[in-house]
Design a protein around this ligand. Sequence first.
Ligand code: SF4
Ligand code: SF4
Length: 332
Amino acid sequence: MEKGSTDPSALVLEIMRMSTEDGPGLRTTMFLKGCSLSCRWCQNPESISAKPEVRWIGNRCLGCRECLSACPVSALSCEEGITVRRNLCTGCGSCAEECPASALEVWGRRMTVEEAFKELMKDRAYFGTDGGVTLSGGEATLQAPFVKALFTRLAKEGVHTALDTCGACSTEQLETSCEQADLILYDLKESDEDLHRRYTGGSLKLVVDHFKTVVSLVRSSRLHRQVWPDQREKRLWVRTPVIPGMTARRDNIQGIARIILEHGEGLVDRWELCAFNNLCRDKYRRLGKAWELEEADLLPAEEMDALVQAAVEAGADADLVHWSGMTRNIKE
Ligand code: SF4
Ligand code: SF4
């Protein structure tokens, strides 16, 4: 929250309009910057740092070097193109302001709840009865006061709200963020503790503990609804990224099925297996980061079908498990 202000703010990375992948109906997804995990397959690497980040767009650059003198901390150098020394850069944006060719952009813009609300409400016309707003990341719960206040504001206008979370936050952050969410999209990525740590950098135990927390919030909301029918009822979807050579394993999907059955049976409305793609590889390049999955292939549709089948064999309800995303033709 800004000093002296009662309107919480958050570092917003991007607003994606007309999304069909982050909950029901047509939605606007707002991505917040800052994440507690560092998944090796991350599709939004620019969302991990909780600081604004500068990117250089080489094909726009005139080579004028105006940006070098604009930088107050000498974080830029020019050899073969502009390089940002990220350990020095504070994300102040002076270089982008001075650049005559819009060849520098800053990822991450601070917005208050009121500013975000006004921006999101521009899309109201296409939300209809199913769609709405999803807050994603990064990890949106790390900015819990903003999430709660924004969802409260949207709910008052009758807009459906969804929270995308990996559960790697404090219990207080999770509960605060879920308070006004109609739908929680909960990531269960890996069912083996050691592999979870190796692939995401975080603890599976915390993620499972927080899955139980979310299930209990969903259960309470449904009980309340039975007594007060005009109360809003929470829904819960689980999402699993299916990554070749990592989480795309039969034993992993069956392990996640057991977590869902043990702790969330009857309360999970949908489980989505999300097929990997490497379309975000340019983001890694622009950040100057190597990415081990840059050349990884799409998975065949048959493999996704087999993983759905594995989930069903482990006891998951066949009507609840789906897969989504791009796949490759196995006959290629
Ligand atoms: S100010 Fe812009 S156009 Fe000039 S060198 Fe820097 S990035 Fe390139
Ligand atoms: S954002 Fe600010 S600190 Fe970072 S490179 Fe640009 S001028 Fe320098």
